[in-house]
Design a protein. Sequence first.
Lengths: 225, 225
Amino acid sequence: MNNVEILIVDDEVQIRKMLFITLQSNAYKVSEASNAKDAIIRAANHPPELILLDLGLPDENGHIVLQKLREWYTKPIIILSAHSSEEDIVKALDNGANDYLVKPFRTGELLARIRSVLRSSKLEDESPLLKFGDLDLDLSSRIVRKKEEVVKLTSTEYALFSLLCKNDGKVLTHHYLLKQIWGPSYVNESQYLRVFIAQLRKKIEDDPNRPTHIITESGVGYRFL
Amino acid sequence: MNNVEILIVDDEVQIRKMLFITLQSNAYKVSEASNAKDAIIRAANHPPELILLDLGLPDENGHIVLQKLREWYTKPIIILSAHSSEEDIVKALDNGANDYLVKPFRTGELLARIRSVLRSSKLEDESPLLKFGDLDLDLSSRIVRKKEEVVKLTSTEYALFSLLCKNDGKVLTHHYLLKQIWGPSYVNESQYLRVFIAQLRKKIEDDPNRPTHIITESGVGYRFL
DNA sequence: CCAAATCTTTATAAAATCTTTACAACTTTA
DNA sequence: TAAAGTTGTAAAGATTTTATAAAGATTTGG
């Protein structure tokens, strides 16, 4: 489950069911509405990341529903419609729809279009943040924190630290670390590693003499916890 | 003329001509490329607001062209293709295309889809006033203030400053900054960056010798706070 | 066209980082 | 537990990277 919620708005039960299964099996969180009124209430109460909107609703014209939603809802809306007339398509897009798919559509294409609009609507919300006890590593902004305090690392120290973090729990061999950080021709320069591990421990361990994060596996390599 | 520039990439002269007329009569500024190489050069030299990309180019596979563009080009790309297979559509959308239209398409729909992607791409970078301590940046009027006083920046200085502001907190690499500000062929001219960073610091830092806003990440790049 | 502004290039100083050395401390193994 | 092998640490030296000023080249605006 990637925690992205999608609201399906369609009056036909079979289509809702089909969409529900498709989306859920692709790790989306799904909610449903079968008419315009319900759709607007649900969207308002618990705004989803994306709305799939059928234009042919029983209680209100789909274009009106779209306009009402767009008065305040800024996230993507994809139209699903049985009508393929240019007039409908242009009107929907100009009313703020992000995409328009004509029924029947191919599920692969629907999923790709969902990924596409979600991608471009994604501002900066998710920065992959790794947490290890009192240590945080933000990969996108390249920031390491210890107890909320930013720790200043040189580029080599950061490369080593992030590599250890990305493989937390695993033992990384000297050979592997040297190859990844310094390159294949440095695989025998174990002393580099010792110097940099010591520097890292000084910066991130409470007591560098009794490390709890960077563990030595004698004769093999290091492990990050 | 609304000053929005669109780059048409298609090898067929008739289609280019048709698109040119359609777009120009709808107040877009239009440039053209008839092959992959030319397209990439044009997009790099003078990045348009949107690219219409035909997948069937003579000199290179369209999907590859799309990938190459997406390495650095962040604005919308709409694919125009004679192929309607689900495989092509999904692949293009997952490679970063914002929309996919199958030829022959209706011009009204094309224009509506152009408006749609331009609209959502505009939403992203519109946060009128950015504030960072004693610094203000108004993106729409291009005005920078330090303690209410307007700071006069040259266009290159402004480009650099606003790029840093828009990514505050993150480390931006030399490579990235050079590519964004000066273009892909300047990625090794690190000295430019040093000169302009120094000029910016003179203008916006209280003490340029002890910068608090533009932070050097040695060996990597710069970070704005 | 000229003058001012801006950008590019060069030179050099300063700072930060990396590499190497020497030796101390720890682990493993017999 | 002693010897051998491995790892840790500090600090000096070497190298790389960055900062800055200023001169030359180019562009821009009047």
